[in-house]
Design a protein around this ligand. Structure first.
Ligand SMILES: [Ca+2]
Length: 460
């Protein structure tokens, strides 16, 4: 039944798409962009952002440890139970599969008992710090869509930093600090993600929530993606349109959830007491049984498919775009500057399809330069005369904010924030709309709205 429903939706969508033929540049390839979602009705297509499905990204990463020989078992060694220094009958031996704890055991299927885990050598060189960097690399920009979850087999570390890179590991920036005592470890006041707000959502915090040593039963550390989404989409993430609207217009927010690499810097193992027990250093080590990273290939809203071929992730770009992230227009399709597609569904969003180059279409594309009435804005916002910014005043429909004083609109749009269709102003929508979206009340749009919103009886 679900399949037939899907086919019905798809057949109707094809019909809708054909009705929309007068709007080829905006709509032309946008209808290929759909994602599968699970609803009470089963699995259906959701025609929203043009992006690959979110998935378990640990299947596609490469892991690197630094120092490279930090994994236990070479030479074999005995370690003690964390809570009991006299229980030292555990053995790590890299040459015996049953006693080895290599890094790949952080990413294997969990669910069996006992769990499988990577383990470091013990802190036998104390007081020299026992520090390990675990680097996860995708060689591709990805967007995180769910919490990063690290499950420790031993106690959670006293000090740890989660870092990210956006340039394949050349430069790094902190994502979150974790410590039993943030002030002592990092000179930062402890905070929880729940202390943040829409305005401060990008703040890098130090949290003490997950660093309570080995005395607690919980072995899990989170990097909270969903709590950050919730500042825009509500506590149950029901208002995703609001989040998508923010992502469309705020590059910093998009970049925040984007990474090419992650690095877990383990700086001090769980000690559990104020002093390290120097007589039993085999109690102190790191062990991680599982790391979860959920996300999707970043294709700049120009692809629904990301392929893994030759150990490499690549977007299958639509909309006449190209590059590993669909980050530029194809040759001969540079008729207007490249821009990402939009997260927001049609009609608010646009595919921002790359159009044929000037030489092949005759007329150069024009961007409207809007010079808004600054003084009138100053009245409502005396401290800040911004017409647009990346926080609250967003240029719409693919417009870009220039120096906070004007929106540069795509050719089909006008208005201070590019909110109006140019053809609407001219009263010519429908007659010559090669560069525009259909007017809000057009039959095509009404049919689409009915289809996706309220027409469920049609699909039974
Ligand atoms: Ca495991």
């Amino acid at each position: 039944m679900y399949l037939s429903r899907f086919l019905s939706i798809h057949a109707l969508w094809v019909t809708v798409s054909s009705v929309m033929q007068p709007y080829p540049l905006v709509w032309g390839h946008y209808d290929v962009c759909k994602t599968q979602i699970y609803t009470e009705e089963g699995k259906v297509w959701d025609y929203m952002a043009c992006q690959p499905e979110s998935t378990d990204m640990t299947k596609y990463l490469k892991v690197k440890l630094d120092p490279p020989d930090i994994t236990c078992g070479d030479p074999p060694e005995t370690f003690c139970a964390m809570g009991n220094p006299y229980m030292c009958n555990n053995e790590c031996d890299a040459s015996t599969p049953e006693l080895a704890h290599p890094p790949e055991l952080m990413f294997d299927f969990e669910g069996r008992h006992p769990s499988t885990f990577w383990q470091s050598a013990t802190w036998k060189e104390y007081p020299k710090p026992l520090q390990v960097n675990i680097t996860l690399s995708w060689s591709k920009t990805i967007e995180l869509t769910d919490n990063i979850v690290i499950t420790f087999e031993s106690g959670r570390p006293d000090q740890m930093i989660l870092e990210k890179s956006l340039d394949y590991g050349r430069t790094w920036q902190p994502y979150q600090y974790y410590a039993t005592d943030c002030l002592d470890a990092f000179h930062m006041d402890p905070k929880s993600v729940k202390d943040l707000s829409q305005r401060t959502v990008l703040e890098i915090i130090c949290t003490e929530e997950y660093s309570t040593g080995y005395m607690t039963n919980s072995k899990i550390i989170h990097f909270e993606i969903k709590d950050r989404f919730a500042f825009f989409a509500g506590p149950w993430l029901r208002n995703m349109a609001s989040l998508y609207g923010q992502l469309d217009t705020t590059k910093k927010l998009r970049d925040f959830f984007t990474v090419t690499d992650l690095r877990i810097r383990l700086l001090r193992p769980a000690v559990g007491e104020i002093f390290v027990d120097e007589l039993h250093l085999a109690r102190y080590f790191y062990a991680i049984s599982d790391i979860k990273v959920h996300g999707r290939c970043k294709c700049n809203l120009h692809a629904t498919v990301c392929v893994y071929d030759n150990s490499k992730l690549t977007c299958e770009c639509e909309h006449n775009t190209t590059g590993p992230d669909c980050g530029k227009c194809k040759k001969n399709y540079q008729g207007r500057p490249w821009s990402p597609g939009s997260y927001l569904p049609i009609p608010k969003g646009t595919a921002n399809t790359c159009i044929p180059s000037i030489s092949s279409i005759g007329n150069p594309p024009k961007f409207n330069r809007i010079w808004p009435n600054i003084s009138s804005l100053e009245v409502s916002n005396p401290k800040q005369a911004n017409v647009c910014d990346n926080e609250l005043l967003h240029c719409q429909n693919g417009g870009t904010c220039h120096n906070n004083v004007r929106c540069l609109c795509p050719a089909a749009y006008t208005g201070i924030l590019c909110e109006k269709l140019r053809c609407e102003e001219a009263g010519s929508c429908g007659s010559d709309s090669g560069h525009g979206a259909p007017p809000p009340g057009s039959p095509a749009l009404l049919l689409l709205t009915a289809l996706l919103g309220t027409a469920s009886p049609l699909l039974v």
